[in-house]
Structures are given as structure tokens and as C-alpha cells.
Design a protein around this ligand. Sequence first.
Ligand SMILES: NC(=O)c1ccc[n+]([C@@H]2O[C@H](COP(=O)([O-])OP(=O)(O)OC[C@H]3O[C@@H](n4cnc5c(N)ncnc54)[C@H](OP(=O)(O)O)[C@@H]3O)[C@@H](O)[C@H]2O)c1
Length: 263
Amino acid sequence: MTAIKDKTIWLTGASSGIGLALAQQLAERGARLILTSRRPVQLEELRQSLANSESHQVLALDLSNPEQAKTDAQTALSGQTIDVLINNAGISQRSEALETDLAVYRRLMEIDYFGVIALNQVALPQMVKRQQGHIVTVASVAGKVGSKLRSGYSGAKFAVVGYMDCLRAEMAEHNVQVTSILPGFVNTQIAINALQADGNQQGHNDPEIESGISANTCAEGIINAIERNKAEAIIGKGLSALAPTLQRFFPTLVRRITAKRKA
Ligand SMILES: NC(=O)c1ccc[n+]([C@@H]2O[C@H](COP(=O)([O-])OP(=O)(O)OC[C@H]3O[C@@H](n4cnc5c(N)ncnc54)[C@H](OP(=O)(O)O)[C@@H]3O)[C@@H](O)[C@H]2O)c1
């Protein structure tokens, strides 16, 4: 059981959506938060609005440059104990593989894959030394099942799920917990911020995201998975949440469905 109260939790993607809801719920439960995203002003406003605001800190990082983010985080967090790192920051994609710039694939990999590894390399050495800690990554159902318009996003999320599986095997002897979160559709800014073929943002929501679960419900599921030290947790409703199980037992059916549906 990983308790939340009095733990120092480093949370990325705290400025919006699932991360914002996580920040509010974790603060309510007595965690000390290190709030990360690119936007320091939004993060500072958030910090001041949280329960026990003075116990939280802001650390602005741009994960599209993982090497720089790692160096900046190492400097800022030097000597600080981190009990839980939640790698939640991420961007998505809405474009066909045939049309998508290579730069879009690289940006998705930098933020959704290398960004996770970079921050884990900051947090893990002291967790291993203390023989305790918890690494959590918000991957996606898209990290288990491929569908249209997400070849770069799914590629990065499959990669991060594979990386987390290997990390879990290596961390078992060090008593460091490793949790992958696989949300289905969640109503956040993810589709609005998603990259199109030329790298511009889509700029509008998708119906399936709009009708997904709320960020608050998703955050509750993530906290539950952390407290129970789950290796993997699927959080969502409908087909998006069923997809990994269907893929495992009925792969041909899933191939038929994904070839027909837009998402
Ligand atoms: N919503 C869904 O349906 C869904 C489903 C499955 C998985 N997920 C995953 O859930 C996570 C959170 O997404 P969300 O749905 O809450 O989307 P969101 O509302 O768009 O939030 C994304 C967060 O990531 C941060 N971020 C984006 N680019 C960044 C960068 N270069 N460096 C640092 N931080 C960056 C953003 O902060 P700034 O803009 O302030 O930097 C923001 O806080 C993502 O990993 C996403 O892939 C979402």
C-alpha cells in the first residue's frame, strides 16, 4: 500500500486535465506536491489554490527537450526526497500516417517517451538508495491497441508501456513500485492540443473525448491504483476501456473494429 498523506509527489502535466484533477485530489489527501508543466504562471496560480498551498512547489520544465529537463530537474530537486513520481504530461495526435511529418513523430516521442525516461532518471537513483518509492506513468489504452490517426501517439505510448514493464522487473529487488495507467477517453484538452500532420494543434475537441469520463473520475482511479501498488490499471468506460481485453482475446475482431471506426 502506498499512502498519499505526507508523501512528496512530483506530478507532471499538473496545469491541465487529468494532472490538474490529480493535483487537487492529492493535495486534499495531504500530499506535498512538486507541480510540473511548461507554464510557471499557471502552476503558481494552481499552487496557491490548493489545500496546504505553502507545502507545494512549482518546477517548470519543457519535456520536448528531455536532456535539458533532466538537468534542470536535477539542479532544482537536488537533496530532496521524492516518494512518488507521476509522469502524466503528454500530447496526442490526430493525423494519418501517410501525411504526417517526421518531426511530429519525433515530438510525440520526446514528450511521451523520452520525457518519462529523463525524469525517472532524476527520481530513481534516490529511490533505489532508500529502497522505497513509486514510479507512475499515465500511458493510454492507445499503448495497448492501435487505431486510426494516432500512429505516432500509439507508438510512443506502446514504447512507454514496454519501458515501464522492463523497469518494473528491474525495480522489484529494490522495493520500488512501478505502475502504468491506461486511460480510455477522458474529457480534457488532449484533443484540442493534439498535433496534426504539419505539427499544428487540432484546436477543437473530439466527440469521443467530450463524452469520455471526467478528469476527476480518472484522477480517483489513478490514486486508487497508486494506493494499491497496481502494476497496470485501465481507467475508463465503454469500448475505449474494453479495448485492451478485447485485443487480447479477440484480436481479429479488434482489427475489424479499428479499420472501420475513426478512433
Ligand atoms: N484525455 C484522454 O482521453 C487521455 C487518454 C489516455 C491517456 N491520456 C494521457 O493523459 C495524460 C494527461 O493528458 P490530459 O488528457 O490531461 O491532456 P491535457 O489537458 O492536454 O494536459 C496535458 C498536460 O501535459 C503538459 N504538457 C504538454 N506538453 C508538455 C511539454 N512539452 N513539457 C511539459 N509538459 C507538457 C501540459 O502542460 P503545459 O501546456 O502547461 O506545458 C498539460 O498539463 C497524457 O499523458 C495523455 O496522453 C489522456
